[in-house]
Design a protein around this ligand. Structure first.
Ligand code: GDG
Length: 486
């Protein structure tokens, strides 16, 4: 059985380079989670390459070269400028993203966005139909393509179809604000399995079904719920996503990363490093976190000269005005807090606004004494899990928002905080940096054990199991062999 993954974006970034294209691996939670899965099992990844009208030969060639090097195929879905604006930036980023993160005031319910969305879903369906074989498992990812299942069934596709939502699913009083709420729910019931990150998201979805489609019959079966609606049966469950723990842990332990950690530490001597690492996004709670750190410095002068917040913000969706405002707000807060507390030889907040190379990312995780992961709302949050996997010395402390999906699995071992309660977050920072190395080890061991046991391959097995599919190959695909065959 092959897996065909369909997501809004391919796991790459393509950029024009004169008449040619330049290609590099993408970043973000979905890429981190699914790349190792396809690398291991082989298959096809269908998605938009991320650039406008990329329907040319040189792109096809470079994608096929790249496919051979990663061990799975990439199938591009072209999008015009209007489609990018109406579907991706409009429907996805101005409606579903904020609404599903409980931030309704950021929503822009433009009817044209919905029209664009259905047109783009039709295009995805046509491309998937072209490349799929009857025994393939089609696994649709995330909020952009909730309606794809219905489109595929419209083409007569009988394959097993799974859908996984990486972001939270809101309760009915929020979901019902969506003008196309019933269409979205009905579309989701065209999949065989619909998966959420946490039991709370699953229960919110079930509450929406009860409210908007009362004729649907729901029956609990173990950890999933069977939904019979119209002629269809859909299994609904919570499948918390994981990371490739072993890969992160061994990469972080490499001597070259150790060397970078030493360099970083030399630049911040005698400091406990508190790390924040997020995409530029209003759901990640960066301003609240900065205020909490400022408050910690005000309340606890013993932190002065001893603690540095290293806040990495990875540029994202910069064309959207809310994101530009957020960037300006973060810069203002950093300037203000640094202005108030900096002393010769100590700048309390180091603010990095760029994407990190992977080695640098691993070195930051490994060097950090404390990770401050405080989203206002998050489907899962892989940064929390990656931080633990990179604790080579086993003595890091994780401060985690109770509104991250990860809190369900990591509540024993992490210091849980309400990110809106700046006083308590400030206290948690002080508590974390005051813990002795010895006291830190047991909770970190427990966290690592969980993250390792419930890794990304466990997630795949559970999801496929719910689809009634056998576990797929457990050994990595031999990329050089595939290269020879291709
Ligand atoms: C969505 C959901 C859910 C970050 N900066 C750099 C970099 N990253 C990588 C991290 C991590 C990923 O990006 C971020 O993952 P998150 O889970 O924190 O967040 P989202 O991107 O919002 O992902 C989320 C996830 O999907 C998976 O289901 O957990 O809730 O919102 O993997 O390592 N990677 C590199 N340089 C960076 O600067 N190389």
């Amino acid at each position: 059985m092959r897996i065909v993954v369909v997501s809004n974006r391919l796991p790459i970034v393509v950029e024009p380079d004169g008449p040619e294209w330049h290609i590099r691996p993408g970043s973000g939670g979905l890429v981190t989670a699914l790349s190792p899965v396809l690398r291991r099992h082989g298959g096809t990844w269908v998605g938009w390459p991320g650039a406008e009208s990329t329907d040319d030969e040189s792109l096809a060639r470079i994608l096929s070269d790249y496919s051979r090097s990663v061990g799975y195929e990439l199938k591009p879905v072209p999008m015009s400028r209007d489609e990018i604006l109406g579907f991706y930036q409009g429907f996805c980023n101005e409606i579903v993203w904020p609404l599903f993160h409980d931030l309704q005031t950021y929503c822009n319910f433009v009817p044209e966005y919905w029209t664009r969305c259905t047109a783009v879903e039709r295009r995805y369906a046509e491309i998937v139909v072209e490349c799929v074989e009857p025994t393939d498992f089609i696994w649709v990812q995330d909020y952009h393509l909730m309606g794809l299942g219905r489109q595929l069934r419209g083409h007569g596709i009988q394959n097993r179809l799974g859908f996984f939502l990486h972001i939270p699913f809101p309760p009915p009083d929020i979901f019902c604000k969506l003008p196309w709420r019933t269409d979205v729910l009905e579309s989701l019931l065209h999949y065989d399995v619909v998966g959420f990150q946490t039991p709370r998201d699953r229960e919110n979805f079930l509450d929406c079904l009860r409210h908007l489609l009362p004729e649907a019959q729901l029956r609990r079966q173990g950890h999933t719920v069977e939904c019979r609606w119209s002629t269809r049966v859909t299994r609904i469950g919570a499948f918390p996503i994981g990371i490739d723990y072993d890969e992160f842990a061994s990469a972080a332990a490499a001597p070259r990363i150790g060397e970078r950690v030493r360099e970083l530490r030399e630049q911040m001597p005698h400091q406990q490093i508190v790390l924040g690492l997020d995409r530029l996004d209003y759901t990640k709670g960066i301003p609240c976190r900065l205020r909490a750190f400022g408050l910690a410095l005000k309340r606890y002068p013993e932190l002065h000269r001893n603690v540095t917040l290293l806040q990495v913000v990875v540029p994202s969706r910069e064309a959207v005005p809310e994101y530009q405002d957020l960037k300006a707000q973060i810069e203002r807060l950093v300037t203000q807090i640094n202005g108030e507390f900096t002393q010769p030889g100590w700048v309390p907040i180091q603010h990095v606004f760029r994407s990190l190379e992977r080695d640098e990312l691993l070195a930051y995780y490994r060097a950090a004494d404390v990770a401050l992961v405080t989203p206002l709302k998050d489907g899962m949050n892989l940064v929390a899990k990656e931080y633990c996997a990179c604790q080579t010395e086993g003595d890091g402390v994780l401060i985690l928002s109770e509104f991250a999906g990860a809190a369900v699995q990591m509540q024993r071992g992490a210091i849980l905080v309400n990110p809106f309660d700046t006083g308590r977050v400030a206290d948690a920072i002080r508590r974390a940096v005051s813990m002795t190395r010895e006291l830190r080890r047991a909770p970190m061991r427990r966290l690592c054990r969980n993250v390792r046991r419930q890794d990304v391959f466990w997630w795949v097995r559970r999801f496929l199991g719910a689809c009634g599919l056998p576990a797929v190959r457990s050994q990595p695909v031999n990329v050089s062999l595939r290269r020879a065959v291709a």
